[in-house]
Design a protein around this ligand. Structure first.
Ligand code: PEP
Length: 250
C-alpha cells in the first residue's frame, strides 16, 4: 500500500476572500495529520494566493488543467512551466467535466500528461465511464482505451510516479459513490493494465478514487488494497468535511 494522497478539486469555485478563509482552515485542521499527503487544485488566478498561504505548510497546490503545448500563440492557454512558476506540484488532466464540455480527445489528454511530466509536475489523470457504459458492462474497455492512448503514444514508463484518478462519471457530484468493491476492482484493473507493460511504473503509480467521497464513505474506500487516496470535489469546499476525509486517509 502507498502513502495516501488526498487532492482537493475546487473546480470553478472561490474568491480571494473565501479562499483565504478556507485555506487557513485547511492549515489549522490538517496540521496534525502526518501520514497523508494533501494537494489543493485551485483555479489558475488563485495559484499565487495558494503559493503565498501554503508555502510554509505541508499542503501542496496545483491546477486543474494545462496546455498541451509548451509555449506560443495559444490564446487563453496556460503552460506547464507557468504552473511551475507558481510552485504548483500537481495538475489534474482530463477531468470528465472538461473532456465533455471542451471536447478533449484522449490524444490531447495524453499530450498534456506528457507535458506535465516533462516539466516536473505530477499529472493526475482522470479516467472513468458513464452510467450507460457501466450498465452495458464495457467500463473496463472504456478505461483501458484512456490508459492505452498514453501507453501507445509515450510508453508505459511515463506512468512512473504519477497519479491516476478513477472517477466514474455517474458518481461525480451525484452523491452516489462507487462501492469500495466496484472501485477496488477498477483500480486493480488499471494497475494491472500498466503492469502488463511496465511493472515498476505500475508499482510507483498512485490510484485515487473520485466521485462523491465524503468523510463516511472515505473510511471504507481507503482501506481497499489499490485505493491510494481520493480526488475530492464538493467536500473539499467545506473544511470540516475535507478534514474528515483527510483523517480517514491518515
Ligand atoms: C470531482 O470533481 O473530481 C469530484 C470527485 O467531485 P465530487 O467529489 O463532488 O463528486
Amino acid at each position: 500500500m502507498h502513502r495516501k494522497l488526498v487532492v482537493a478539486n475546487w473546480k470553478m469555485h472561490g474568491s480571494l476572500t473565501a479562499n483565504r478563509q478556507l485555506l487557513e482552515e485547511y492549515i489549522q485542521r490538517l496540521k496534525s495529520l502526518k501520514n497523508v499527503d494533501v494537494v489543493v487544485c485551485v483555479p489558475y488566478p488563485y495559484l499565487a494566493q495558494a503559493q503565498s498561504l501554503l508555502q510554509e505548510t505541508s499542503i501542496a497546490w496545483g491546477a486543474q488543467n494545462l496546455s498541451k503545448d509548451k509555449v506560443g500563440a495559444f490564446t487563453g492557454e496556460v503552460s506547464a512551466s507557468m504552473l511551475r512558476d507558481f510552485g504548483a506540484t500537481h495538475v489534474i488532466i482530463g477531468h470528465s467535466e472538461r473532456a465533455t464540455a471542451y471536447c478533449e480527445s484522449d490524444e490531447n489528454i495524453a499530450t498534456k500528461f506528457m507535458q506535465a511530466k516533462a516539466h516536473g509536475l505530477t499529472p493526475i489523470l482522470c479516467v472513468g465511464e458513464t452510467l450507460i457504459e457501466r450498465e452495458a458492462g464495457v467500463m473496463e474497455m472504456v478505461v483501458a482505451k484512456q490508459i492505452d492512448t498514453i501507453i501507445s503514444m509515450y510508453g508505459a514508463s511515463l506512468f512512473a510516479n504519477t497519479v491516476v484518478s478513477y472517477e466514474p462519471i455517474w458518481a461525480i457530484g451525484t452523491g452516489l459513490a462507487a462501492t469500495p468493491d466496484q472501485a477496488q476492482s477498477m483500480h486493480e484493473f488499471i494497475r494491472g493494465r500498466i503492469a502488463a507493460c511496465d511493472q515498476e511504473a505500475a508499482n510507483s503509480l498512485k490510484i485515487l478514487y473520485g466521485g462523491s467521497v465524503n468523510p463516511q464513505n472515505a473510511v471504507q474506500l481507503f482501506v481497499m488494497q489499490d485505493i491510494d487516496g481520493g480526488l475530492i470535489g464538493r467536500c473539499s469546499l467545506i473544511a470540516e468535511e475535507f478534514e474528515g476525509i483527510c483523517r480517514a486517509a491518515n
